[in-house]
Ligand binder design. Structure first.
Ligand code: MRU
Length: 341
C-alpha cells in the first residue's frame, strides 16, 4: 500500500501508526499497530477517536493484514471484530462494509488495499469540501462555539466542524472560538484547544455548563458541531452535551450547524431514537486520568450513567453542512439525505 499520512494516523514503511490522543496535548507518542487486538484496544481506550478516524484506522489495519498474507477468513473476522469496537459512529460500519465488498472480489487482497487507499484519500477530499461550504456561513468577526474535537486529529483531512472553523480563519474572517471542554473525556480542553493553538486561531476554553450564560450575553454568533451518525430524518448523534447546546442555541436564536461527510449518513436508520448509544466506563465520570496522572473525586460506590453520545433532533438544527453543500430542514424533510447516499 502507498504511504498515507494524516495528523494522527499514518501508513508508513508497511506499518500502521497512530498518535496517542489520550496523551495529548502534553505528550506526542505514536503507537505502531500490527494486530486486531492492538487496534481494538487503541480504539476502545480513545487513543484513536473521532468518527472518520476510527473507521480509517480500522481500515488501515485490515489492509496491513492483507499485505501480510492474512487469509480471507482471518480478514473477515478482523473486519467483524473491529466493527464491534464502538457502536455509535457509523463511519466505522461504512468502512467495514466497503472492505467486506472488497473481500468478495477475485483479487481480494489487492481490492482491500485499494479500498483502504481510496477511503483514506476520500476523507481528505470530503473534509476540504465541507470546510469550504461551511466557511461561507461564517461572517467577519464571528464568535463561534464548538464541542468535542472534530479537527485534523479526528479525520484524515482538516476535520469536520473544526475544518470549517479553520477555513474561516484562513479566509481572514477574524473569528474567535469558544471551546467546550467536553466532559467527561475533555476532548475539547485537551485536543481542540491544542489544534486551535497550533493553527494560531484565537480561542477561549470554557466548561460545558458556561455556554448558556455566554449565549444570553450575546457572545456566541454560531455553533458548529460534528456528528457520529445522521439518521435519515436529520436527527444526529454526537458527543454527549451536543443536544444541550442545540436546545440552548434554539432558545437564544443562535444558528446551530452540524458538519459531517456523507460517510456519516445512515439512511437505514430512520430517526435518532434508532441510533445505538455507547455507554462507557463509570470511571470516566467519577474522576479523570490522562498524561497528568489520575484522580477520583466521587465515592467508590457512586452510581454512574455515562453515555458517550446524545441525539439532537433535526428540528433544532439550522443547517447540515455536508460535502455536497448546506441543507436546511425543508431539504432534509424532502428526503435529500436518502438521495445523497
Ligand atoms: O468519543 P469520540 O471522541 O470519538 O467522539 C467524537 C465526536 O463526538 C465528534 O464530534 C465526532 O466524531 C465528529 S468528528 C469528526
Amino acid at each position: 500500500m502507498k504511504e498515507l499520512v494524516a495528523r494522527s494516523l499514518k501508513f508508513q514503511h508497511g506499518v500502521v501508526y497512530v498518535l496517542d490522543q489520550y496523551l495529548l496535548p502534553h505528550k506526542e507518542v505514536w503507537h505502531e499497530c500490527r494486530s486486531v487486538e492492538q487496534m481494538a484496544e487503541l480504539i476502545l481506550t480513545l487513543k484513536v477517536r473521532g468518527a472518520p478516524l476510527i473507521g480509517l484506522a480500522a481500515t488501515l489495519l485490515v489492509a496491513y493484514l492483507a499485505e501480510q498474507g492474512a487469509t480471507k477468513h482471518e480478514l473477515a473476522s478482523a473486519i467483524d471484530d473491529l466493527e464491534a469496537t464502538r457502536p455509535t459512529a457509523v463511519n466505522l460500519m461504512h468502512c467495514m462494509a466497503k472492505l467486506r465488498r472488497a473481500l468478495k472480489e477475485s483479487q481480494w487482497a489487492d481490492a482491500i488495499v485499494t479500498s483502504a487507499e481510496s477511503l483514506f484519500e476520500e476523507d481528505v477530499a470530503l473534509c476540504e469540501r465541507m470546510a469550504n461550504f461551511g466557511a461561507e456561513l461564517v461572517k467577519e468577526g464571528d464568535n463561534v462555539l464548538t464541542h468535542c474535537n472534530t479537527g485534523a486529529l479526528a479525520t484524515a483531512g482538516i476535520g469536520t466542524a473544526l475544518g470549517v472553523i479553520h477555513q474561516a480563519h484562513v479566509a481572514n474572517k477574524g473569528i474567535h472560538v469558544w471551546v467546550d471542554e467536553t466532559r467527561p473525556l475533555l476532548q475539547g480542553g485537551r485536543l481542540t484547544a491544542y489544534e486551535l493553538a497550533s493553527w494560531s486561531i484565537p480561542y477561549t476554553l470554557i466548561c460545558d455548563n458556561m455556554a448558556a450564560s455566554l449565549m444570553a450575553a450575546g457572545k456566541v454568533d454560531k455553533v458548529f458541531v460534528g456528528a457520529d451518525r445522521i439518521a435519515a430524518n436529520g436527527d444526529f448523534a454526537n458527543k454527549v452535551g451536543t443536544y444541550n447546546l442545540a436546545v440552548l442555541a434554539k432558545h437564544h436564536n443562535i444558528p446551530f450547524y452540524v458538519v459531517a461527510p456523507i460517510t456519516t449518513l445512515d439512511e437505514a436508520c430512520p430517526h435518532g431514537k434508532a441510533i445505538p448509544i455507547e455507554e462507557r466506563n463509570p470511571k470516566e465520570v467519577t474522576g479523570v486520568s490522562g498524561s497528568f496522572g489520575s484522580c477520583q473525586w466521587a465515592p467508590n460506590d457512586a452510581n454512574v450513567f455515562n453515555p458517550a453520545f446524545d441525539v439532537t433532533p433535526a428540528e433544532l438544527v439550522t443547517g447540515w453542512v455536508l460535502d455536497t453543500g448546506v441543507y436546511d430542514g425543508a431539504a432534509v424533510a424532502g428526503g435529500v439525505f436518502t438521495r445523497l447516499r
